[in-house]
Design a protein around this ligand. Structure first.
Ligand SMILES: Cc1cc2nc3c(=O)[nH]c(=O)nc-3n(C[C@H](O)[C@H](O)[C@H](O)COP(=O)(O)OP(=O)(O)OC[C@H]3O[C@@H](n4cnc5c(N)ncnc54)[C@H](O)[C@@H]3O)c2cc1C
Ligand code: SF4
Length: 326
């Protein structure tokens, strides 16, 4: 059995207090919401931290308000189960509810939060392993070592962004509110990420993601497709979130197309979005768009399934996703 290392558990009473603790402890402290990603990493000794700051019960991070006409605010500590079942999300932003329902298992969705999902660590077959396995194999760049075992000549880490909700929230044009020692800021979900397996978040360590903000739907429709080995529960090895706005004649007025699990951050394929604009969803244009998206996806050999198969599946699943709007 894998055991947790010793750590100090702190439960701040307010958001302000939580920010203060993170700022004063420096790199020794980490946030924990549901703990479904963090605690396994601590057991694997990839997250070696002395202070765990529990934020799931903070009042400032809880609750879901609004509707599809005005836009929605989702507190970062809302659980995935709450996101799945909330009436305003089910009716107006159904794609988000369906994507949340595909994360892990019911038990994990009862604990795991939307904020934790967006800040999920990147994944790699050489990294998501117990300490003894990694030691026997040779440590890698992301933790304890100085070489990337997937791409030994590389100076960067290629671990994969595996959040199910990040691509969907990007397709819905979502933003996040971050609160830190220097105040607060609101940034598009897309800007939260960096294509770097180690420093995958564009935020300071003491900044807390407090809210997810969704704009009014305003005619947008969206779809999410996820490829994984086990249909019951598994991380994505490829995911696609597509949102379109069509005019009355069925032409695409605007589109957003995001691929997940193909690099260290979600990948927005702007060339494919551009190709869709002004077009009807007919076989010819769908082929062009699928080709552009497949070309943009450059997965590496560090998750389940082969790289070639994952790349080929971009076309197959994008065709299915676009087919839902035809
Ligand atoms: C068996 C298993 C299967 C899984 N399958 C999937 C899957 O299919 N798809 C998927 O997307 N995920 C999956 N997960 C990962 C995880 O359970 C979910 O992503 C979950 O939503 C994480 O939320 P949490 O609240 O538990 O995060 P935590 O574990 O509490 O935190 C995760 C990370 O985010 C940081 N963090 C948490 N909240 C905040 C915040 N408000 N502000 C700033 N930083 C924060 C933490 O410091 C930590 O680094 C799986 C996990 C397990 C164990
Ligand atoms: S991509 Fe390379 S450096 Fe990153 S976790 Fe995997 S083996 Fe380690």
């Amino acid at each position: 059995m894998l055991r947790l290392p010793p750590f100090q558990y702190v439960r701040p009473g307010t958001l302000h207090e939580a920010v203060g603790i993170l700022a004063s402890e420096g790199g020794k402290a980490v946030l924990m919401a549901g703990g479904t990603d963090l605690l396994p990493r601590m057991k694997h000794r990839v997250a070696a931290l002395e202070v765990v700051v529990a934020i799931r019960a903070l009042r400032e991070l809880r609750g879901i308000w609004g509707d599809p006409r005005q836009g929605l605010v989702i507190g970062a500590a809302s659980t995935l189960a709450e996101v799945c079942s909330h009436p305003a999300i089910r009716q107006g932003y159904e794609v988000l509810s369906l994507a949340a329902a595909q994360v892990a298992t019911p038990q994990i969705r009862n604990m795991g939060t939307i904020g934790g999902n967006l800040c999920l660590d990147t994944r790699c077959s050489y990294y998501d392993m117990p300490y003894t396995w990694r030691k026997a194999m040779g440590f890698c760049l992301k933790k304890n070592g100085d070489t990337c075992l997937v791409a030994p000549g590389s100076t960067r880490c290629w671990a994969v962004s595996s959040s199910d909700l990040a691509p969907v929230l990007m397709a819905l044009d979502g933003r996040v509110r971050l609160v830190g020692p220097r105040g607060e800021r609101v940034v598009p979900v897309e800007e939260l990420y960096r294509d770097d397996g180690i420093r995958y978040l564009n935020k300071e360590p003491a900044e807390i993601l407090t809210e997810v903000l969704l704009p009014p739907l305003d005619g947008w429709k969206a779809a999410y497709w996820k490829v994984r080995r086990r249909g019951s529960f598994d991380f994505p090895v490829l995911s696609l979130a597509v949102a379109v706005r069509q005019d009355e004649g069925g032409h695409i007025a605007d589109a957003r197309l995001i691929l997940g699990a193909v690099r260290s951050s979600p990948l927005r394929v702007r060339e494919a979005e551009e190709a869709l604009r002004g077009e009807k969803l007919e076989p010819g244009i769908m082929e062009v768009v699928c080709e552009l998206a497949s070309r943009a996806a450059r997965p590496v050999e560090n998750t389940d399934f082969t790289v070639l198969w994952r790349k080929r599946m971009v076309k197959v699943f994008l065709r299915r996703a676009l087919g839902t709007f035809a």
